[in-house]
Design a protein around this ligand. Structure first.
Ligand code: GLN
Ligand code: ZN
Length: 763
């Protein structure tokens, strides 16, 4: 009989009770004892659910108090010295200190978990002397067994992945670190074996990235060591998010089973199995149910895939799995009451995926027994497929035409630059901001009142106008050159647009963990995206009517909207991007028509969508750039297109940024100032560019001198005629006073820089 297996279950709970418990504990509203018991209840609830649904291999130790990479570091006592940890099991205060920072010690860095929107805490190895402080997987295994009679499958992060995701050591020290960690892993596994554990899932997602020959040697060393130390323990070497690199080497490792992703790594993994074969002594964990997408699987199609795999692996060595942990999808569709039945019928979140796994294992042994259910799945998928929302011919025709078009502005940059200079008469080093101004308690309150219906549209619109008035005056008084309206009407930069475009749906409870207790509720792009009315014109036009300075219109770009949403899977992402771009183009044109002569299209999330496989990156960047140009290319040459990027390092994609052909880009630099500046030394950037001169993530007010320094350094590598001055990002999370003070200093620094530059030019 084939078995079903889950790689991990969401922690947050259907009601985000996990998040609420964490936050109550942090704020002191919950005692540690009660907190621990609340979390245990949540954890057991999740296990019970998987048990009741009939999952064969239920993961334990996938649960966390914050993040599983932090758990692994803490389990090995790897705690940065600034937290004055003195050994033994890491206390919660230290654990959360590392995650969130304390009075005296900055939090550890957090970063994206591969190409997902989950963020993990980066372990800092420098100075650490690792020991096994506690055997967390063993505790989790015992708990599941004692409380629920579950024969759990402990999940651990494999040594190579753990090392590769850590920092604080030189590449040359990798093997030395491995030597320190391996004995701890061995001890941990031996204790599990002694307890009678049957399967251990060793997560090594790093195996889907490029591996050097040395890495392959390391893998051999790791898994040979394990095989020798715990010969009777079944290790499932688990990979996900893409197909494995070095398949032939990996399948030779002495483990009992290998878990492969047949959703996100479908082509590569299937091809490897078909051409190279699969070892006859190993179990194959077939990740066929998507752990990251939110759509129902076509179970008939999945069944065929399983049958195909069964040609290479006998059925008794096949395990039907989720492609990765279900951490990346919301908990359940059941509680959604506002979605259309066509849409709801086609969705599958974590709990529904459990059903799919069980159904699929049943179907594998007897298709007839579940024939009716399989047909229901196909019908649900088809119903949505045939809905009017997925068949907007006007959008489809327009987008189809883009495939053979190269969207370009009517004039090259040099000509646009001259025309725009003549029109706007901007000073040297124009100053501007990124779009949003502080979303004060008052602003949030007003939005709540309006959403609850206590304020009518008119009252709310008036309130927004007052905010705009206030901030137009502030910007004028500070002496900023290019103004913004402040984005007071927006909660977040994707939801705001999603609510005004066709093709989007919003769940009530579709939360997923982003980092720590922070959850996000991404919009769902389920249909063809269509422009159905102006989205930003009213506020922008109003702001422009209040000042003689130019006001920049402010839109979120197609790639960012797409990367921060759950998207349909029946058409390629490229097509979704073009649909969004086409809709945004209509907004850009509407703004221009309303007299807005500068329009910013933010694309902070371009980098996030970069495929893990290097071989696929160029193609992605090409269509991402094209989408931006579709959205922005139809304006007159005097209309100035801006863009903005932040959140990560851009130094290795300057070519793509340049290809977007925005007249001006404002880019975050505080995180990677050195590298970014360096990349401009190597390549001259030929369009308008503002390097952020101050970090907006902290309330600290940067001094004039500090910013003058930043400006001078940037001017060594950038053309002064193209140089703009702005903060790193939007100011919505900042307070009023610090914002005004910082911007005043920024303008002061600009004046200094202008005077210096003009002086030296006169010489
Ligand atoms: N215009 C947006 C703002 O200022 C940009 C936000 C972002 O880049 N993340 O808030
Ligand atoms: Zn930004």
């Amino acid at each position: 009989m084939v078995k079903s297996s889950v790689l991990g279950y969401p922690r947050i709970g259907a009601d985000r009770e996990w998040k609420k418990a964490l936050e109550a504990f942090w704020s002191g509203r919950l005692e540690e004892q009660d907190f621990r018991s609340q979390l245990q209840n949540i954890r057991l609830g999740h296990l019970r659910k998987q048990q009741e649904k009939g999952i064969d291999l239920i993961p334990v130790n996938d649960f966390s108090y914050y993040d599983h990479i932090l758990d692994t570091a803490a389990m090995f006592g790897i705690i940065p010295s600034r937290f004055s940890y003195t050994g033994g099991a890491v206390p919660l205060s230290v654990y959360y200190g590392v995650a969130r920072g304390t009075e005296g010690a900055a939090a550890s860095e957090m970063t994206k978990w591969f190409n997902t929107n989950y963020h993990y805490i980066v372990p800092e190895l420098s100075g650490a002397s690792p020991v096994l402080t506690e055997n967390k997987p063993l505790e989790a295994y015992r708990e599941a067994k004692e409380k629920l009679g579950i024969e759990g499958k402990p999940v651990i992060v494999g040594p190579l992945t753990f090392l590769k995701l850590s920092k604080g050591y030189a590449a040359s020290e990798t093997d030395a670190w491995l030597d320190k960690l391996l004995p701890l892993y061995v001890q941990l596994l031996q204790e599990l074996a002694a307890e009678g554990v049957q399967w251990v899932q060793v997560d090594e997602p790093i195996l889907v990235t490029k591996l050097s020959d040395e890495d392959v040697q390391r893998l051999k060393h790791i898994y040979e060591t394990f095989a020798a130390a715990v010969p009777g323990l079944n290790l499932m070497l688990q990979t996900y998010f893409e197909s494995v690199e070095r398949y032939s080497d990996i399948v030779k490792l002495p483990v009992k089973g290998i878990g492969l992703d047949f959703v996100h790594g479908y082509d590569g993994n299937l091809n490897s199995i078909q051409t190279i074969g699969y070892p006859q002594d190993k179990v194959l964990g077939a990740g066929v149910i998507d752990g990251r997408g939110i759509w129902k699987a076509s179970l008939t199609g999945k069944l065929e895939l399983l049958k195909e795999l069964a040609k290479a692996v006998p059925a008794d060595r096949l395990i039907v799995q989720s492609s990765c942990s279900l951490l990346h999808v919301p908990v359940t569709v059941e509680r959604e009451t506002k979605l259309t039945s066509d849409l709801k019928g086609a969705l599958a979140f974590a709990d529904e995926k459990l059903n799919e796994l069980v159904l699929l294992t049943k179907a594998f042994s007897s298709k007839e027994a579940v024939q009716g259910e399989l047909e229901q799945y196909d019908r649900a998928i088809q119903t949505l497929q045939q809905s009017a929302e997925r068949n907007r011919s006007e959008v489809q025709t327009a987008v189809a035409a883009f495939s053979s078009q190269d969207p370009v502005r009517s004039a090259p940059f040099a000509e646009r630059y001259a025309a725009q200079q003549a029109k706007w008469q901007l000073p040297l080093f124009p100053t501007t901001t990124i779009g949003s101004f502080p979303q004060s308690a008052e602003v949030r309150k007003a939005r709540q009142l309006w959403r609850k219906g206590e304020w009518n549209d008119k009252q709310y619109a008036e309130f927004i106008r007052e905010q705009i008035d206030t901030w137009i005056k502030i910007q004028e008084e500070i002496g900023i050159d290019v103004l913004v309206h402040g984005e007071f009407e927006r909660t977040d930069m994707v939801e705001f647009f999603g609510e005004k475009l066709a093709g989007f749906a919003f769940t009530q409870n579709g939360w997923v963990q982003s980092y720590g207790s922070r959850c996000v509720k991404p919009p769902v792009i389920y249909g063809d995206v269509a422009f159905i009315g102006e989205m930003t014109v009213e506020e922008t036009k109003y702001a422009q009517s209040q000042t003689s300075h130019p006001v920049k219109g402010m839109l979120t770009g197609p790639i960012t909207i797409m990367n921060w949403s759950f998207v349909r899977e029946d058409i390629p992402r490229e097509q979704i991007a073009y649909q969004l771009a086409y809709a945004l183009r209509q907004e850009v044109e509407a703004l221009e028509k309303a007299g807005i002569g500068m329009i910013q299209v933010d694309e902070p999330a371009v980098r996030e969508g970069l495929p893990l496989k290097e071989s696929e990156q160029a193609d992605y960047l090409a269509w991402a750039v094209k989408a931006f140009r579709i959205a922005t290319c139809t304006v007159q040459k005097t209309t100035q297109i801006h863009t903005h990027m932040c959140y990560c390092e851009f130094h290795d994609m300057i070519d793509s940024i340049e290809a977007m052909d925005a007249d001006v880009i404002s880019i975050e630099t505080s995180r990677s100032h050195g590298e970014l500046i360096h990349s401009f030394e190597l390549n001259t950037y030929k369009l308008g560019i503002g390097l952020g001169v101050y970090d907006i993530h902290s309330p600290r007010i940067p001094s004039v001198e500090e910013m003058t320094g930043m400006i001078e350094r940037a001017l060594r590598v950038l053309d002064p005629k193209l140089f703009w001055i702005n903060p790193d990002c939007g100011l919505k999370t900042r307070g009023l006073e610090e914002t005004v003070a910082s911007l005043r200093n920024m303008v002061e620094a600009t004046k200094t820089a202008r005077a210096k530059y003009e002086q030296s030019a006169a010489k």
